[in-house]
Design a protein around this ligand. Structure first.
Ligand code: HMG
Ligand code: MG
Length: 399
């Protein structure tokens, strides 16, 4: 019998019986468990896998906890044409940190000629290291770095504040230590198609993988965890729907072997559908890539992100990216809109009995605030509904 999670947000009721298939998986009796250990570990050098139990040791039970990676301050803002004041970005990050979100993608050490909006990522990292950002949970801040220049720019700031942050290495060395210091991690970003790689990184996939190998190696020497994106895995704006899942698996394997700790599968264009999400994940499983090394990064351009999330959950994936207010888009993916909204993800996941640890009310307020600051519509249907329901209750109280 499934154990029901404590639903953390007051708006949510008990799961609908039709969700029991997902709940069974959420509580460790589904596909995800048997398959997470079934294949050889593709990764040779990553810090994290070296610390994990061997194939013969019992694996930790898969529970109903889902990790949401908030990408709003990076993916959500990078496409904005008007430069957003640093104070607004910092306010956004600090507010998100108070909601229970444990990982926030805060900036990007890329060429300012390519993505001017991310130019003040140095100041953001500096602020994070100088200030003790309040949070109910230990925080990880992630920054993109496509090459050694980007990593060196990030490192220059880290070196100025050597005692202000944790790394994956320090956390693993002392897992029980309670530290209020944030962990810093790095993200590289490959593409599944040559055309997107050229548009986004001005080089072919092979060259980009060479850069990422250098970045991963240098980041590991510093003890930093590395997330490795693969963009356009379910559709490319230049090459169309039929992105080869085997190519995605090859690139993922290569980056895991370089030492990446996580593969973030980017549906950059939102062209992904449920059957193709399933096909992709099955292909990665056949290639020996474990569910716990995969996260899903769905943009919601065609409104399929939650359906695809359900497919990935059924498959056993437990890490998902989202962006408050549904902000976002990639400057090199014409027409692609925002990431799936964090508010929608929290509501959806918790309605299935999953536990995100995120305060839905608080994140809905942030979505309303930041979209207003940017002069954009709030793209989170759940965020608008939460605020609407609350204002009706307030009117009732006054009446
Ligand atoms: P390039 O023009 O071929 O590079 O760009 P270059 O080596 O000729 O350098 C050009 C200039 O940039 C030089 O400066 C370099 O020093 C400088 P100059 O001599 O002209 O003054 N430069 C840098 N400056 C700061 N930081 C750096 C850096 N590297 C070089 N790291 C490059 C190649 C990779 C730099 C460029 O193409 C680039 O920055 N691309 C990034 C594009 C980007 O950020 N895209 C959005 C993120 S990916 C995304 O959103 C997808 C994702 O969300 C997942 C999904 O949805 O699928 C992650
Ligand atoms: Mg993206």
């Amino acid at each position: 019998m499934a154990r029901f999670a404590l639903v953390s947000n007051r708006l949510l009721s008990r799961p609908h019986p039709r969700c029991l298939g997902l709940l069974r998986i959420a509580n460790g009796n589904g596909d995800g468990v048997s398959n997470s250990n079934s294949k050889a570990n593709a990764r040779l050098f990553a810090t994290e896998s070296a610390q994990r139990p061997s194939q013969s040791s019992p694996s930790p039970p898969l529970d109903n906890r889902v990790k949401l990676v908030e990408v709003g301050p990076r993916d959500g803002l990078q496409n904005e044409k008007t430069i957003i004041p640093l104070a607004t970005k910092i306010n956004l990050i600090e507010r998100l940190a108070r909601t229970g979100l444990s990982t926030i993608e805060a900036g990007s050490f890329v060429s300012p000629k390519w993505v001017p909006q991310m130019d003040n990522s140095r100041e953001i990292l500096e602020h994070i290291l100088r200030r003790d950002i309040a949070s109910p949970t230990p925080l990880t801040f992630s920054f993109l770095a496509p090459n050694l220049k980007g990593l060196n720019n990030a490192n220059a700031i880290l070196e100025k504040h050597p005692n202000a942050f944790e790394t994956q290495a320090t956390r693993l060395a002392n897992p029980s230590a309670s530290s209020h210091k944030p962990t810093v991690e790095i993200a590289v970003f490959a593409a599944a198609t040559e055309a997107f790689s050229q548009k986004n990184l001005n080089c072919d996939i092979a060259t980009s993988l060479k850069w990422f190998g250098e970045v991963i190696q240098a980041a590991k020497q510093r003890g930093l965890r590395v997330r490795a994106y693969i963009s356009v895995v379910l559709g490319c704006p230049f090459e169309g729907h039929d992105v080869n899942p085997h190519r995605v698996a090859e690139i993922a394997t290569e980056m895991l072997e370089m030492g990446a700790d996580e593969i973030a599968l980017g549906d950059t264009t939102g062209m992904g559908t449920a059957p193709r999400t399933k096909e992709l994940l099955n292909c990665l499983r056949s290639a020996g890539i474990r569910n716990e090394d995969i996260s899903m990064h769905f943009h919601d351009t065609y409104g399929q992100a939650l359906v695809n999330t359900a497919v990935a959950l059924e498959h056993g994936i437990r890490t998902f990216d989202s962006s408050v207010g549904g902000l976002g888009g990639c400057p090199y993916s014409p027409g692609a809109t925002g990431n799936v909204a964090t508010e929608n993800m929290v509501y959806f996941l918790e309605s299935l009995g999953m536990d995100t640890g995120v305060d839905l009310d608080a994140v809905s307020d942030i979505g309303a605030w930041i979209t207003k600051e940017l002069g954009k519509p709030n793209d989170s249907s759940v965020g608008k509904a939460v605020i609407g329901a609350r204002s009706m209750t307030e009117q009732d109280v006054k009446a």
